[in-house]
Design a protein around this ligand. Sequence first.
Ligand SMILES: C[S@@+](CC[C@H](N)C(=O)[O-])C[C@H]1O[C@@H](n2cnc3c(N)ncnc32)[C@H](O)[C@@H]1O
Length: 286
Amino acid sequence: MVWSLQTPSALTDSQFVQWSKLLEERTGIQLSAQQKTLLQSQVAMRMRELGCSDYNQYYQQVTDGLSGLMEWSILVDRLTVKETSFFRHRPSLEYVRRFIQNRINNRELQGSFDIWSVGCASGEEPYSLAMVANDCFELAALAPYYGVTAMDISNAALGQARTGVYATRKLEQLHPDEVARYFRRTDNGNFQVVEKLRDRVCFSHGNVTRIGSMPPVNMDVIFCQNLLVYFRRWLRRDILNAFAERLKPGGVLIIGLGESVDWEHPSLKRVVGTEVQAYIRDQRQE
Ligand SMILES: C[S@@+](CC[C@H](N)C(=O)[O-])C[C@H]1O[C@@H](n2cnc3c(N)ncnc32)[C@H](O)[C@@H]1O
């Protein structure tokens, strides 16, 4: 292999096709032709770190066996959009709050209350879900018998999420009482999510396009926002069908507004309203 300190040149159209195909096969993310510069800059940046100036050689390295998989796990972090924030879409989180409160009021809680945050990025979404659940359990003076499983394809994002440490500006969308109750200031001026919430959130690496090979789970809430939007329609549909299979009877699936316009499922009913895009699974046990 020829490694050098030269800056990689521009990606040719056929190299762009090759790289974007690899990205789509492995993550589901579909790039448009306009995103060529973005892909090129991220791949080239990683190649510069490795002292490699040839896209084809780097492609071989990334697709070569076990060592290729290790390199891919670094590259994929550079190629995915990880924009997120606490309470990014507050109406969806408030919907989860009402959903849990109804369960508590109707004495319908059975066993633990399980939430799945799919494409959790650096953790703001699953911690927001944990805050909402914790509020409900505390208000009802119940032991916090809930858990949030948070999954992402980026190991770097998961590493950051597990620390639960955020810069002050990341807390802007939170109400002051949420900050007061759920964060503590660190010695260097950042904020850390309090232990009682961190203990309820379990971060794990996973690829939503390989959901079929994951152990079956039964969730009360599946929350997946700002991820399906990167996928082709048929893939969104397949993933939504797989989510439907992983909901407990009466459970709810919440996606981002408009992330799927025409999907329906025989066991799920769309929640009426325009503020959230949610689907409730019927109560029948299958
Ligand atoms: C734009 S962020 C959305 C974060 C959060 N859900 C929100 O709405 O704020 C999308 C996240 O999905 C992750 N992701 C992309 N492809 C994925 C896949 N195939 N499986 C699991 N996570 C994936 C990315 O790493 C990124 O962290």
